[in-house]
Ligand binder design. Structure first.
Ligand SMILES: Nc1ncnc2c1ncn2[C@@H]1O[C@H](COP(=O)(O)OP(=O)(O)OP(=O)(O)O)[C@@H](O)[C@H]1O
Length: 256
């Protein structure tokens, strides 16, 4: 199979308005079907990196290609179409708390409808079916009519995963998906992400604080420090010393 990168970052720099450098000259290729974990100290630039990929943050320099097409240069309609290919999972779940699980998961289809249809709730039966199946895949089908704010944190994150599954993106960006969950629930959520990766061939890029989860679920690990990539390698080839170095603020760069 030809290796067309799903995500390609070329000389990407991000400087925030206040002058903080979030990313420094990042070059990175991620292929279809990879499960990549990004590790680094707080403030290293992990969220900035992830949010640059779907243009939640505009970058200052460089170019980002999604499936071979520049998202950096994409204009409104095209940007919308490109974003449909990218699902996002947040630490804080980002559900509409007062809405039902059903409506939250259907929202994964929003980008496929013109606004007026969604305003009038004109989702197709097929999409409702898809929603139900997605909830089944994460073991949440019996909660379909519950309000989102009646669910535990772990259940909310699983609903968020069902929403992303309903969206059927090519790429999942997960920004600290387990940071507010207990260890057992965290593992369950990571299993769900693994299912999206393996069963639906979605490319997953996840920022993780937990080295243990990173090791257990990531195929490839990218270490970030002060806005730069300081390590990039297959998980199976990555010794503990790499993690120690990244988290202990070791000097110099580890090798690719
Ligand atoms: N909106 C913003 N404006 C200015 N600086 C910002 C903004 N967001 C992030 N930064 C800065 O950019 C740098 C990278 O932040 P980022 O949130 O990407 O780090 P992180 O590795 O995701 O950290 P954490 O693990 O704590 O979420 C930090 O110095 C941070 O203070």
């Amino acid at each position: 199979m030809a290796e067309q990168p799903m995500i390609e970052m070329k000389n990407v720099t991000k400087v925030y308005d206040n002058g903080t450098v979030g990313l420094k000259n990042i070059n990175l290729k991620i292929n279809k079907g990879e499960f990549v974990v990004i590790v680094g100290l707080s403030g290293a630039g992990k969220s900035t990196l992830l949010r640059a990929i779907n243009r939640l943050h505009d970058i200052s320099e460089g170019d980002i290609l999604i499936d071979g097409e520049s998202i950096t240069k994409a204009k409104s309609k095209n940007l919308r179409l490109m974003r449909r290919k990218i699902g996002m999972i947040f630490q804080s779940f980002n559900l509409v708390k007062r809405s039902s699980v059903l409506r939250n998961v259907l929202a994964g289809r929003l980008a496929y409808y013109p606004t007026w249809k969604t305003t009038f709730n004109l989702f197709t039966d097929e999409d409702k079916q898809r929603t139900y199946e997605a909830l089944q895949s994460v073991g949440m089908a019996e909660k379909v009519y519950s309000r989102a704010d009646e669910l535990s944190g772990g259940q909310q994150q699983r609903v968020a995963i069902a929403r992303v599954l309903t969206q059927r993106p090519e790429i999942i960006l997960a920004d600290e998906p387990t940071a507010s969950l207990d260890p057992k629930t965290s593992r369950q959520v990571m299993e769900d992400l693994k299912m999206l990766n393996e069963k639906f061939d979605m490319t997953v890029v996840a920022n993780l604080h937990s080295i243990e989860l990173a090791k257990d679920f990531g195929h490839r690990v990218i270490g970030v420090r002060a806005g730069e990539i300081v390590y990039d390698g297959k998980m199976e080839d990555t010794p503990q010393s790499v993690f120690d170095n990244i988290y202990n603020g070791g000097k110099g760069k580890e090798e690719d």
